[in-house]
Write a protein of this length. Structure first.
Length: 210
């Protein structure tokens, strides 16, 4: 009888301990506090990925998970970044393209190496309901603008006055291998007082294959 009960419990326990390690997340990126004369495309596609270690709290359905991740935050818009001289050493502004300028694609791309920290709740079984809240801190690997017009593709880097790190909060809610994920940055794209106010946000889907 005890052996039969153990056989029933162990698969569920193993699933809680070992699942939710790899996350693949196509997301839609945007900015909060965009200047009034700047238009941002609502379907700017980005990509996040992370690998985490699941540390369960005893035999409960709660766990803590630290990990490592990568984030590519891309926002398509109708402007160009301009470095303006000032008494403080420089300021990066975002101005709309001149009237009549024709372009096919224009975006800011920022890539980060990140450390996510998650607090998780999951039900038992092989297709659990999950609820996750967490924070992540990232180091900026690359920031560049990319514009495609009739003359070809133009890439500009480095972008002056960018903040060399970012941190923010995120959450997931889902069932089985599929979740909805959202992220809100608590930092600006640029150094405080040295650039236009742009706060990154994202919303997308999260897939955990194992």
């Amino acid at each position: 009888m005890n052996a039969q009960q153990k056989d029933k419990v162990e698969p569920e326990t193993y699933e809680i301990r070992k699942s939710d390690r790899l996350f693949i997340e196509p997301v839609l990126n945007n900015w909060v506090d965009v200047p009034k004369d700047i238009e941002v495309r609502t379907y700017s596609l980005g990509f996040d990925a992370s690998y985490l270690w699941d540390i369960r709290f005893g035999t409960s359905n709660f766990s803590f998970a630290p990990g490592i991740g990568f984030s590519s935050h891309n926002v398509h818009h109708n402007g160009s970044f301009e470095e303006i001289d000032s008494t403080n050493g420089g300021y990066t502004d975002l101005k709309p393209f001149p009237s009549g300028y024709s372009y096919k694609k224009n975006k800011l791309s920022m890539n980060y190496l990140e450390v996510p920290l998650e607090l998780r709740f999951r039900t038992n079984g092989y297709s659990p309901f999950r609820l996750t809240a967490g924070v992540k801190v990232g180091v900026l690997l690359d920031a560049h603008t990319k514009t495609k017009d009739d003359d070809g593709t133009h890439k500009f880097k480095p972008l002056p006055n960018t903040l060399p790190y970012r941190y923010g909060v995120f959450g997931r809610i889902g069932y089985s291998w599929f979740s909805i994920v959202a992220f809100y940055s608590l930092t600006n794209v640029f150094e405080d007082g040295e650039g236009v106010e742009l706060v990154p946000v994202s919303l997308g889907i999260s897939i955990t294959p194992f």
